[in-house]
Design a protein. Structure first.
Length: 218
């Protein structure tokens, strides 16, 4: 990891692995090789082991012999409970921010929606669904960030680590794909033009996803 501050190396390695899990680049059940991560980042195995030990303590991974570990797979109940809590966090962030969302934040959300629309038109794009997952995660993280509350952001990220957007998205995306950009565009429109309806639109979006998740359990 060239150019990194050695004093915070384990923390940086942790953040690197965490980001891969949250975005779905590393999926539940996947093996994580400590040696491969060390080579990839051009560091020794020691800071990688420290990062993995922290992830093990947080019950995100379980360590296996021969310098590897696996990402824990959440149960359907855990997925639903985590998603319910994510809804609470995003609705809280949205409610607290309505009426004073900055122009910069609006433009950031609009840029994400524009990229969603462009991706939808290009079904032949390489890693289409992976890119859609990343954009979906980016949009909902931006909603949470509207509150300007670092504690809320940190909690949301930890929750996404245990049940990330990739897992939710891969179970629901094909059923919601046709209207996927439109739903997020409507959330943005309400934030900008009709704040009184923004929470209801976001709540309906969560409800649609919840219905699909619960339908899979029956």
């Amino acid at each position: 990891m060239k150019g990194i501050d050695n004093r915070s190396l384990p923390e940086r390695v942790y953040e690197y692995i965490l980001e891969k899990i949250v975005t779905g680049e590393i999926k539940y059940g996947d093996n994580i090789s400590i040696k491969e991560i060390a080579v990839e980042l051009d560091v020794s195995t020691m800071p990688v082991r420290e990062a993995v030990k922290r992830l093990e303590f947080e019950q995100v991974v379980y360590v296996k012999p021969r310098s590897s570990c696996s990402v824990r797979t959440p149960s359907p109940k855990m997925i639903q409970q985590a998603y319910d809590l994510r809804e609470v966090l995003e609705l809280t962030a949205l409610t607290k921010s309505l009426g004073h969302v900055s122009a910069e934040a609006i433009e950031g959300l609009r840029d994400i929606v524009d990229r969603m629309r462009s991706l939808q038109k290009d079904n032949s794009a390489t890693d289409h669904e992976k890119k859609a997952i990343a954009l979906d995660h980016e949009f909902h993280s931006a909603i949470c960030a509207l509150a300007g509350n670092e504690f809320l952001d940190s909690f949301y990220r930890q929750l996404s680590l245990h049940v990330n957007m990739a897992l939710i998205h891969e179970r629901t995306f094909r059923k919601l794909e046709a209207h996927w950009p439109d739903v997020h565009a409507e959330i943005l429109r309400c934030i900008e033009e009709d704040p009184g309806q923004a929470a209801d639109v976001l709540r309906r979006h969560f409800s649609n996803v919840t219905d699909i998740l619960q339908g899979e359990e029956t």
